[in-house]
Design a protein around this ligand. Structure first.
Ligand code: CA
Ligand code: CA
Length: 480
């Protein structure tokens, strides 16, 4: 053996020993998820394992929303037995619906027209497949506002009759107001969709849409509804063809409409999750002005009133709407009596994008508002975000506001005869701010910084740093 060969062999030996030592050190911590590259033969091309192979490393599993229940401790709707919607449905109560008629039948034990205005409380799961328009006839032919007009109603005739210059400032009445009410009822019969107890309604995939519909979720004071899940649906353009002119509403009068996208009344244990609510074709910015006032064709988006209770509203997008979420409808009277001790709502990880007001506006309820993202940019109609109403108990944590310089800090909290709000961890445009201190500094009537409850039904409050990215990527319908 010559000297050169000897050194060469020594070199190879040392190199190999070093490699072996390195491998031995590396082996205790193999990457657990990278299965295919662990193939022992380096000559085998490290292809990706076929999808049929049961041993393939699992990627992110698609979620299956069908029978999902609200997670334990996920907000007020998790109280007691929690919220399972139609998870217990038998096979004959699982429906996939593609139009208004099929949707209404599914809510009424498969019957159309429904035998009564009381929907079925039998456990049921309803998948929304594609776009369902509520403004259609029984053959799914679109109906326009003109199709609903009755007894000579036109907006021109209505406005001619009630022009303040001639009619004055008294409440409207007479032939044209009666015609408006009759016309409104004709639309109401098509767009109002009643939902019963023990129901899950969930959009298939990411593109399920309900256009022009009003989900009227309403029990009675003595027989409230219970246990309802509404998820993964885009609610678009819920609108009233026949707004009423009310000359006595405010100093200049107002146009008022019926129909929220969802109304919750006399119902408990409701989970509203991963939906988008938006006005598009009927956006306020496109509406005319009559008598100097905006022709408002919308009411609320998600109104929670009349002793509704134990509601979790999570991961929704609320876009381009003025009055968004009213919690409690009146300071006094019968509803106020029933509301006291109820209206308990949790709002988390929702994206309020250019909403005008009421996000939420609260009377009476203990309302937990955390990890929501509010974007208020170029919105001339912005009023306020958190309405502190009579006997309300808002507990707000780690909410993020992104605003332009037209939004005054002191106006983000609005006082509507309230006395208290807890608000911590709020950030506005990268700065930690005390919204209540800003409000109190600008107003004679002060609001106390302490409420008499502390939320216990919480999965996790995220740090403020992650709120924008988490909510922007996670809110609204998910692809499944
Ligand atoms: Ca109204
Ligand atoms: Ca309403």
């Amino acid at each position: 053996m010559n000297r050169t060969l000897f050194y060469c062999l020594m070199f190879v030996f040392i190199l190999a020993s070093g490699l072996l030592a390195a491998c031995a050190q590396a082996t205790p911590t193999p990457a657990p998820t990278v299965a295919p590259t662990a193939a022992p033969k380096p000559t085998v091309a490290p292809t990706i394992a076929p999808t049929t192979a049961p041993t393939a490393a699992p990627t992110v599993a698609k979620r299956d929303l069908r029978r999902e229940k609200l997670a334990a401790n996920d907000g007020w709707a998790a109280q007691g037995n929690g919220t399972s919607g139609g998870a217990a449905a038998t096979a004959d109560q699982v429906y996939t619906v593609k139009n208004r008629k099929e949707l209404i039948a599914a809510l009424n034990d498969g019957k159309y027209p429904p035998p009564s205005t009381t929907p079925s409380n039998t456990a049921k799961i309803i998948y929304i497949d594609g776009t369902i328009d509520a403004n259609v006839d029984d053959n799914n032919k679109p109906l326009t506002c003109q199709d609903y007009a009755r007894d000579g109603y036109t907006i021109q005739a209505y406005n001619a009759a009630f022009d303040p210059a001639t009619w004055g400032r008294k409440a409207v009445s007479g032939t044209l107001e009666t015609a408006r009410v009759t016309s409104q009822k004709a639309q109401d019969e098509r767009v109002r969709i009643r939902v019963g107890s023990n129901t899950t309604i969930v959009g298939l995939g990411q593109k399920a849409m309900l256009r022009g519909a009003w989900f009227d979720v309403r029990g009675t004071a003595t027989a409230p509804l219970s246990n309802i899940i509404i998820r993964n649906i885009t609610f678009q353009d819920t609108f009233d063809c026949f707004p009423q002119w009310d000359p006595t509403d405010g100093a200049e009068g107002n146009w008022n409409s019926l129909y929220d996208a969802i109304s919750l009344r006399y119902v408990d244990h409701v989970w509203i999750d991963h939906n988008t609510f938006e006005d598009r074709d009927t956006a306020d910015s496109k509406a005319p002005t009559y008598f100097g006032r905006h022709f408002e064709q919308h009411d609320g988006t998600l109104d929670i009133t009349n002793a509704a209770d134990l509601v979790t509203v999570s991961w929704n997008k609320f876009q381009n709407h003025d009055k968004t979420m009213l919690i409690g409808s009146s300071d006094t009277g019968a509803t106020a009596t029933g509301d006291r001790g109820k209206l308990r709502v949790t709002l988390h990880h929702n994206f309020f994008d250019n909403t005008g007001q009421r996000t939420p506006r609260v009377r009476f309820g203990q309302v937990h508002v955390y990890n929501n993202y509010y974007r208020i940019v170029d919105n001339p109609k912005y009023g306020y975000s958190w309405g502190v109403g009579i006997e309300s108990q808002i507990y707000a944590e780690n909410n993020y506001f992104k605003t332009d310089d037209k939004v005054v800090l002191a106006k983000i909290i609005g006082n509507y005869k309230g006395t208290a709000i807890y608000a911590a961890g709020t950030r506005v445009n990268d700065k930690d701010v005390d919204l209540l201190a800003a409000h109190n500094a600008a107003n004679e009537t002060k609001i106390a910084a302490k409420v008499d409850w502390k939320p216990t039904l919480v999965v996790k409050v995220d740090p403020i740093e992650s709120v924008i990215s988490t909510v922007e990527s996670g809110a609204g319908p998910i692809n499944w």
